[in-house]
Design a protein around this ligand. Sequence first.
Ligand code: DQA
Length: 167
Amino acid sequence: MARPSSKAVAPKAKAKPAAKIKAVAKPVYVLNGPNLNLLGQREPHIYGSTTLAAIEKQVAARAKTLGLAVICHQSNHEGELIDWIQEARTMGSGVVINAGAYSHTSISIHDALATLDIPVIEVHISNVYKREAFRHHSMISPVATGVICGLGVVGYDLALEAIKSKL
Ligand code: DQA
C-alpha cells in the first residue's frame, strides 16, 4: 500500500488576537470659520470669555473620553474651510463646523458639506435666533445632520457626542 506522501507544509502565520489589532480611527474635523480666532476678545457678552485655543483643548479632552480623534482648524477664508471639508470626505469620520458668518451666506460651504456622507454637526455658540434677522437663516443647516445653537462653548462637546452617537 502506498504511504501517504508527506508534503512540506509552511508554518501558519499566527493570527493576532483581535483585541491587539488597533483600528486607526479617522479623526473628526472640528472647523471654525471667520472671526472665531478672536474668541475671548470678541464681543464677550455674546460669545463668552473662552479662547479658541481653550475650546480646542477642551474638545481634544472630550474626544479622548469618547474614544475619538480630532483635528481642529480655524480659518477666516472660505476656500480654506472648503479644502478641509473636502479632506474630511476621505480622511474624516465626521465634521463639527461653526462656519461663523459664512453659515448665513456661503453656498460654497453648503455644496462642500453636501458631498459628505459622514455626520456633520453645525455649531453656534450664541443663540442666533435671538439675534439679528440676518442670522436666522443658515445655508448649511439643510446639509447638516444636526444643529447645536445657543449653548455656549459646551456646544462643541455636545457636537462630538452627537457624532459619536452616529458612528
Ligand atoms: C456664530 C454666530 C454667527 O452669526 C456669527 O457670525 C459668528 C459666530 C456663533 O457661534 O454664535 O461668527 O456662528
